[in-house]
Design a protein around this ligand. Structure first.
Ligand code: G1P
Ligand code: ZN
Length: 545
């Protein structure tokens, strides 16, 4: 095995964000850009030497090129064995599942999640540790620090490995198994959910679904699990072929981007009963019914209230966690159940310790992400199966399940407004101004909403006591309404300002109103306090979810 030691120049911008290093494809194609970052990961992840590593990605442009490079660098690093998905495909949840099942020391996932792909799109790389979850901040900080001075990387001189057929082969001393990307994950799903019950839902002939894979990674998973294993209607999966550019689409499962699915569910008499979509790498989900949208924060609350009905959660829910901007709907359920509810910073990595320490069973984010202790990532297909299992048990529609939840726990009207690609200096100045106001807002009243708390959120991990600061400005009102502001950590163009607004209503006669109307006053308050129009010169957000 010939290992080449390649001299390189460091890049200074390889700082991982909310979810790994995410940059444009053009950035990743810069000389040694990918290699530098991978070497920095390997230099920190010494546990990979002599161990098993999992490797795969969401199939976007540059996926297979990157895999070939990483295989040769892993061999040079002394990795014992790599399991790589056929054609380079593995969803983020499948990687988490494989790491845990085969006791790998870690895994590399190539994805920029829901960001568009193709030569002019984005690419990304994430490292997951031995528990199957995203590497914690201490790890990613160490990688970033190393990357700033890295001067060499090591790579084995070898031919590319054919990824199109299932086989075992090797590079030098390192074994490579090209594996079926779906098998192990599908087995895990069968152990968590009542498949026969879901099968009977479909075999009754009275229930149909539509799942939009958005030409991203979940196509093969959805065809196998929904259609072949569960016997869903033959046309259950749309856009099921993973494509390098997601057919030019934006693989983000929300009402703005999953338009085709929404049109199908809104098509009247012949519309399917249940609709769902997942994102680029398969960790997000959107759940909809006929002309009915389930807010992801509500979905987490509904899952928590009902988990004990499902085989995987029969023993009950130990506790739950949600990210700061996620609505407080799940808090209400936790309160009623007498279990802990943790509020964490944005990003899945903060849930890992809580799950490992068995403090929580379910967790989720407003950004169309939910998951549980079955793996250490959020999981799109899992969420869809959760809802299908629930529908099969309750024999109720998506809308009926959600409305009955609201009538018991109250409804949290919720919206997120995104202002994309704003100038970084403008965004920073807006936050400086907001931080400066924190002390002065307390006690003020806006349209009858009295401020009872305003701070810059910081989080002390209850397991390892690590502290994460500056995670978003939150304003809490006496009537439980909230406004949260934060800057995105996953964008690749300028800054994205996210404003999250919620309002809690217990009166069921007010549960049928348009969300933006119910939140209009708070939206106005949010814009005024942060001086959004004056500072960004924008009067409307680019994306509303
Ligand atoms: C966004 C979401 C966050 C999610 C992350 C990765 O991060 O807001 O909840 O964990 O994508 O999917 P952001 O761009 O807001 O930093
Ligand atoms: Zn994703």
């Amino acid at each position: 095995m010939k290992i080449n030691n390649i001299v390189t120049t460091p890049y200074l911008d390889q700082k991982p964000g909310t979810s790994g290093l995410r940059k444009t494809v053009k950035d990743f194609q810069k000389r040694h850009y990918l290699e530098n970052f991978v070497q920095s990961i390997f230099n920190v992840a010494t546990e990979l030497k002599g161990s098993l590593m999992i490797l795969g990605g969401d199939g976007r442009y540059y996926n297979t090129e990157a895999i070939q490079i990483i295989l040769k660098m892993a061999a040079a690093h002394g990795v014992r064995e790599i399991m790589v998905g056929q054609n380079g495909i593995l969803s983020t949840p499948a990687v988490s599942c494989l790491i845990r099942k085969y006791k790998a020391a870690g895994g590399i996932i190539l994805s920029a999640s829901h960001n568009p792909g193709g030569p002019d799109g984005d690419f990304g790389i994430k490292f997951n540790i031995a528990n199957g979850g995203p590497a914690p901040t201490a790890f990613t900080d160490a990688v970033f620090n190393l990357s700033k001075t890295l001067d060499t990387y090591q790579i084995v001189e070898a031919d590319d490995i054919p990824l199109d057929k299932l086989q075992t082969c090797g590079i030098g001393n390192m074994n490579i198994a090209v594996i079926d990307p779906v098998n192990d994950y599908a087995k895990l799903m069968e152990s968590v959910f009542d498949f026969p019950r879901i099968q009977s839902l479909f075999s009754s002939g009275l229930f149909t679904m539509c799942f939009d894979a958005m030409h991203a990674v979940t196509g093969p998973y959805a065809h196998r699990i929904f259609e072949q294993q569960l016997g869903a209607n033959v046309d259950a999966v749309i856009n099921g072929m993973p494509l390098e550019d997601f057919a030019g689409g934006h693989p983000d499962p929300n009402l703005a981007h999953a338009k085709e699915l929404v049109a199908v569910l809104n098509s009247g008499g012949s519309a399917p009963d249940f609709g769902a979509a997942s994102d680029g790498d398969g960790d997000r989900n959107m759940i909809i019914g006929q002309r009915f949208f389930v807010n992801p924060s509500d979905s987490l609350a509904i899952m928590t209230a009902n988990a004990h009905h499902l085989p995987g959660y029969r023993l009950g829910v130990r506790g739950v966690a949600r990210s700061l901007p996620t609505s407080q709907a799940v808090d209400k359920v936790a309160q009623a159940m007498g279990i802990d509810c943790y509020e964490t910073p944005t990003g899945w990595k903060y849930f890992g310790n809580l799950l490992d320490d068995k403090r929580i069973t379910l967790c989720g984010e407003e950004s169309f992400g939910s998951g549980s202790d079955h793996i250490r990532e959020k999981d799109g297909i899992w969420a869809v199966l959760f809802w299908l299992n629930l529908i099969a048990i309750k024999q109720q529609s998506v809308e009926e399940i959600t409305r009955s939840h609201w009538s018991r726990y109250g409804r949290h009207y919720y919206t997120r407004h995104d202002y994309e690609a704003i100038d970084i200096d403008v965004a920073n100045a807006l936050f400086d101004n907001l931080r400066g106001k924190i002390q002065t807002l307390h006690g003020k009243t806006y349209f009858g909403n009295k401020v009872v708390l305003c701070d810059d959120f910081s989080y002390t991990d209850p397991v390892d006591s690590s502290i994460t600061t500056n995670q978003g400005i939150r304003i809490l009102f006496a009537n439980e309404s909230r406004i949260v502001y934060r800057l995105s950590g996953t964008g690749t163009q300028g800054a994205t300002l996210r404003v999250y607004i919620e309002r809690y209503i217990t009166d069921t006669s007010q549960h049928n109103e348009p969300t933006q109307t119910m939140l209009a006053e708070l939206i106005q308050v949010a814009a005024d306090i942060a001086q959004i129009p004056q500072r960004t010169k924008r009067t409307t957000p680019d994306v509303i979810t």
